[in-house]
Design a protein around this ligand. Structure first.
Ligand code: SF4
Length: 352
């Protein structure tokens, strides 16, 4: 298996934390944002990992809180002319690629992702060129240029099904960039995969030994794990899944206590769907801990109220722009995923 060195968490330039606002400032910004969304024919599309007040604002104003696949679908299908994407850069790019005629704004264009940073297009393309017989499958957490180099894009909510499908066609796969998600899928499907060695600085911090200790304290709790976490953590899980799948599991599992290994932003939505359950954040501390993110993505945290307000007041420095040729290439691999997802949904409805 070909291996490339991953970037180490401490090598990433972490962004500064947004300024803390007073209660009154928050209320003022919220009111102004609500007004501006109407005036500018805009809708707020927020990821589950953004701060709870941003998720609440998206819901209150007729926008949505979702995973990256659903964010892309929602933005594409919504009637608003302007999309405010509260998330990270690749989500804004995906929205722009799917809806080139809409204005796509981001509160902070600098909000990125360690997986995206750790997978530069030139190096990744060289890696792919060394294995021309393989189908290139990339995670959504990549730049538009990397998506354009790929045959398929996947999100964590549909990655397993797509790799199973490709494996059933005897396709050999190049997977990038998340090594933990790739290893999980490889184990589940037994597909022939070679991996790019990137990781998410948030999920990579969860610690198996501390999680075992926590489970000993709460023996009746179910453990819910996002597959971007290390294999040793995934092995302890009762449920492994994407953000949406974990939220659904929180609702349907009989357990009254849940230990959750993913970004802490998810607790807003999770508590909403199961208000009677006790939720615990899986530990990032313990032996070998070097945690700088403490289970909250520093780039997601850049999506503050002030930044959203600024993007609505003046689009300069907030508008997402994707090179036309790159967008055309990325659309092919994105459309494959969206069409596959639509077919899967039809099959589920047909079997219902
Ligand atoms: S939580 Fe991890 S995968 Fe998600 S945007 Fe942040 S760094 Fe990227």
């Amino acid at each position: 298996m070909s291996k490339l060195s991953p970037l180490i968490g401490s090598d990433y330039p972490f962004p500064p934390k947004p300024a803390v606002l007073s209660v009154q400032e928050k209320l003022d910004y919220k009111e102004k944002i609500k007004q501006l969304l109407i005036e500018k024919d805009a809708v707020l599309v927020a990821h589950y990992y953004t701060d709870p007040e941003i998720q609440a604002l998206a819901e209150e104003t007729g926008g949505t809180v979702a995973d990256s696949l659903e964010m892309a679908r929602f933005g594409r299908d919504h009637k608003a002319n302007t999309l405010i994407i509260a998330g990270v850069r690749f989500m804004g790019e995906t929205a722009k690629i799917l809806t080139p005629n809409k204005m796509v704004l981001m509160p902070e264009l600098e909000a990125t992702c360690s997986l995206d940073i750790g997978c530069p297009v030139d190096e990744f393309s060289d890696f792919c060129d060394q294995h021309p017989e393989r189908t290139v499958v990339v995670y959504a957490n990549t730049s538009a240029a990397v998506k354009a180099r790929a045959d398929w894009v996947v999100t964590s909510s549909i990655a397993l099904e797509i790799i199973e499908h490709l494996d059933s066609e005897d396709k050999k796969i190049i997977w990038g960039p998340d090594r933990h998600l790739g290893a999980y899928i490889e184990k589940q499907t037994q597909a022939d995969m070679i991996m790019w060695q990137g990781d998410c600085i948030v999920h990579d911090e969860f610690k198996a030994s501390a999680l075992r200790d926590m489970k000993a304290i709460y023996p009746d709790a179910a453990i819910l794990v996002h597959p971007e976490s290390p294999q040793s953590v995934v092995e302890l899980a009762d449920v492994v899944g994407s953000t949406s799948q974990l939220i659904n599991a929180a609702k349907t599992l009989p357990n009254k206590q849940l230990i959750v290994a993913t970004d802490a932003g998810i607790f807003y939505k999770m508590q909403q769907v199961c208000p009677d359950k006790e939720l615990f954040a899986a530990p990032t501390g313990g032996e070998g801990a070097t945690c700088r993110s403490c289970a909250h993505c520093p780039w997601m945290a850049m999506n503050g109220l002030k930044a959203i307000y600024n993007s609505l007041i003046d689009a300069t420095g907030h508008e997402v722009d994707v090179d036309e040729e790159v967008a055309k290439g990325a659309l092919v691999s994105l459309d494959r995923m969206l069409n596959f997802a639509a077919e899967q949904q039809l099959k589920v409805k047909g079997n219902a």
